[in-house]
Design a protein. Structure first.
Length: 213
């Protein structure tokens, strides 16, 4: 469910403001978030009540953050680089998780659309073609926003272990670069404690240096 006091259009415009532009990809993420929140019967999470898992780094991921309240900084927004327009949402209180995956050919395109998009990307489109492109994009956005959830996505309850809430971890200084680093990410290399980037630069004296005992 979306924010109760706002309409669908208002909620989408909030996502546009966060993302920076209107596009079909953002609309897909917006509808996925709405579908999952509706299935789990939850509202936006002010803290870590929900956990979102996105399988793409495309535009739709931003709409997931805005609508669900799951963010990278709070530790309840997880990216899995699977290259799929698929999104999952977990409710910590109820222990329920649902996943929505975009159905094949949901947004069909013809060869003319592909050529037009290529011209726009290469900045070779005429003013008339740019207007045609904007109109086409807006039509697709509206089509997505007006489509029933089930027609856009395969939606199903799934089971996976919900990660624990974020923990505050002490930081210590890396012996190589001198920068504060979470202690669970420091490891011994050549007799000194190294952060991840420094471990990639310093040749260890032995394989045992790479494993914390």
């Amino acid at each position: 469910m979306t924010t109760p006091e706002k309409s669908v259009d208002e909620n989408f415009e909030t996502c546009v403001e966060f993302h920076g532009h209107r596009c079909p990809g953002l609309a897909i993420g917006f509808q996925a978030a709405r579908a999952l929140m509706d299935r789990l019967d939850v509202t936006r999470a002010p803290d870590e009540e929900l956990v979102a898992i996105v399988e793409t780094d495309a535009c739709g991921a931003d709409a997931i953050q805005v609508l669900t309240g799951c963010t990278f900084g709070k530790g309840n927004f997880i990216f899995q680089n699977y290259g799929k327009h698929a999104f999952a949402l977990a409710d910590r209180r109820k222990g329920r998780t649902a996943r929505a995956c975009l159905r094949p050919n949901t947004i069909p395109s013809n060869p003319e659309d592909v050529v037009l998009s290529e011209k726009v990307r290469n900045e070779t489109a005429s003013p008339e073609e740019l207007e045609q492109y904007r109109n086409l994009k807006e039509e697709r956005i509206q089509e997505i926003l007006e489509s029933p959830f089930e027609s856009l996505f395969k939606i199903e309850d799934v089971s996976f272990q919900i990660p624990p809430e974020a923990q505050i971890v002490e930081s210590k200084t890396c012996d190589y670069c001198g920068e504060p680093t979470k202690i669970d990410l420091l490891q011994p290399v050549a007799g000194r404690m190294a952060c991840v980037p420094c471990r990639q630069k310093v040749k260890p004296q032995s394989t045992e240096d790479l494993t914390r005992k």
